[in-house]
Design a protein around this ligand. Structure first.
Ligand SMILES: Cc1cc2nc3c(=O)[nH]c(=O)nc-3n(C[C@H](O)[C@H](O)[C@H](O)COP(=O)(O)OP(=O)(O)OC[C@H]3O[C@@H](n4cnc5c(N)ncnc54)[C@H](O)[C@@H]3O)c2cc1C
Length: 330
């Protein structure tokens, strides 16, 4: 690892000053940044540890009536342990409870989770986000089994790695970002963008800014997440879907369906949403919505299996939201 300056400020203001230096990086739980530094994928000159800023940790509010605010330093384990979140936002609880392992959830923070870098093995081997060599995509020509199935006509073929981003996006959550010019609030999905050039970031947050908190509005309808994984521990999902349904009795009047593992951003499926709106969430209607979710999929040479997974996770997330987990009885 390259040597670096280290600071551990106790206020956001001091952290912003320290992060204003060129090539500085924020450090939270370190479960992503430290491994990138060890592999020379990221080599900051200054590392600013945020976890001494006590004001950035904790969960406040009432999930059922007013919504909750979750500080960026809040550990994933504390999100999983929060009874109000578990009851009102099963989509967030389920997506968080499956992350990594207990050790990782005890170190990892909400802010670091949302801003972790892609797991694409070409990126992690130092080939850059777009992994272009002599203008040609190493991903397209190489081992792309864990890559995108949407937006594959572009050069950004990695998949956005945060499970929580997908759940929080479905729940219409907002992130607050602090910078030297003040604070701004963006929808969770607006934190992400598709890089067009190697110098572009996959985030809209600017160097030197700090994500301070996430606000989740009160849960009104029914929500859930469902994911498919290669194995049960120490891994990321292959594909995950989080759904949030507004209901009139048994009928869906509005739906938000978001997918993980299929695109370089959390992928919202308007087609899946249209397919379930105005309907009851039966296995047949949920399956139709799953089919709609993948209509526009364009898989790469090795990842067509994700199309089948995406259909299934959308169907099962919808059914989970209304309490029908029939496959567990099989
Ligand atoms: C084996 C394994 C399995 C995993 N499985 C999953 C999974 O299933 N789903 C999933 O979503 N993740 C998974 N992860 C990733 C894990 O959740 C992330 O590494 C973790 O959440 C990052 O949080 P952190 O606090 O450790 O971040 P750090 O490593 O400290 O930081 C990550 C990045 O975010 C930036 N950053 C951190 N906090 C802030 C802030 N407040 N403001 C601005 N920038 C900030 C840092 O500069 C850095 O670039 C897994 C990780 C491992 C090792």
């Amino acid at each position: 690892m390259k040597s670096f300056e280290y600071a551990a400020p106790s206020t956001v203001e001091d952290a912003l000053k320290l992060l204003g230096a060129p090539n500085a990086a924020a450090l939270s739980g370190g479960t992503d940044l430290i491994s990138r530094m060890k592999d020379y994928v990221s080599s900051p000159d200054r590392v600013v540890y945020l976890k001494e800023i006590k004001a950035l940790a904790g969960i406040v509010g009432d999930a059922k009536s007013a919504g909750v605010t979750i500080g960026a330093n809040t550990k994933l384990a504390d999100i999983v342990a929060h009874q109000g979140i578990r009851e009102a936002y099963p989509a967030l609880y389920q997506a968080t409870a499956e992350v990594g392992s207990p050790q990782i959830r005890n170190m990892a923070t909400l802010g670091g989770n949302l801003l972790q870098r892609p797991r694409c093995w070409y990126f992690r081997s130092g080939n850059g986000l777009l992994a272009l060599k002599d203008g040609r995509s190493l991903v397209r020509a190489g081992d792309n089994r864990f890559h995108a199935i949407f937006m594959t006509d572009g050069d950004a073929l990695f998949v956005s790695p945060s499970s929580l981003a997908v759940a929080l996006s479905a729940l219409d959550a907002q992130a607050t970002i602090a910078g030297t010019k003040g604070e701004r609030t963006v929808k969770i999905e607006e934190l992400y963008q598709v890089p067009k050039r190697e110098s572009d970031s996959e985030f809209t947050i600017q160097p030197g800014e700090i994500l301070t908190k996430v606000t989740v509005p009160p849960a009104k309808g029914k929500n859930a997440s469902y994911e498919a994984r290669h194995k049960q521990a120490q891994d990321w999902p292959l594909v995950l879907s989080s759904v949030n349904l507004t209901m009139d009795g048994d009928t869906v009047t509005a739906a938000k369906v978001v997918l993980y593992g299929v695109a370089p951003i959390p992928w919202r499926s308007a087609a899946a949403e249209r397919a379930i709106t105005g309907k009851r969430v039966t296995p047949e209607n949920a399956a139709t919505s799953g089919e709609a979710a993948v209509e526009a999929a364009a898989p790469l040479s090795m990842n067509a299996y994700k199309v089948a997974l995406a259909k299934t996770v959308v169907k099962r997330a919808l059914l989970s939201a209304v309490g029908n987990r029939y496959w567990e009885q099989a």
